[in-house]
Write a protein of this length. Sequence first.
Length: 216
Amino acid sequence: KIKACLFDLDGVIVDTAKYHYIAWKELANQMGFDFTLEDNERLKGVSRMTSLDILLSIGNVEKSEEEKLELATKKNENYLSYILKMGPEEILPGTKEFLESLNKEGIKIALGSASKNAMTILDRLELTSYFEAIIDGTKVSKAKPDPEVFLKGAEALNVSPDECVVFEDAEAGIEAAIAGGMKCVGIGSPDILKKANFVVDGLHKMNITMLKSLSS
Ligand code: G16
Ligand code: MG
């Protein structure tokens, strides 16, 4: 029986990838190299410091650990200036409707995100109250594809992993769900998210019947 749904944030509930992109691009340009939208795909679902390492490798730039911390802080301050202007109109289609249908069914809801800004983003979107547990980048030590973020979510909701369904747009996130013994719905392209139980374009394509088809 499905007792809980665990949601990734960026790419599932909201498209913050575009703001991450602007902020990383500005940082790259200040260091004298370009950063393309295609490069940005490599940063999805990846932690802030790992994202910076990928960015620096693209520019062929080497920095000390101290300089890296400064650069990551600078990027985050710039990113936050965009995030703080967001509002509920940026919630991806069907999200609220699906969360409400889960509430009606008595299915628990948690967030499982790599972002350290997850709380701020949920507040800006006015979605915080839907989540019984919020596991974000401030609460985990191992990044996806490690299942830590989702296992902590299940634990906080007091359900077992096989009673959980994870919603993820990144391959590493799908792998994390599987490694944790959970069912998984991919959000995006079936060509990329091959390992998911099934893939939909977005939460507007989800309903309770589809969710229940995953129970075994
Ligand atoms: C998100 C994004 C990643 C970002 C990471 C860390 O993960 O997909 O691109 O690098 O969070 O974000 P921050 O710099 O805000 O801590 P998720 O797991 O919500 O998709
Ligand atoms: Mg994501």
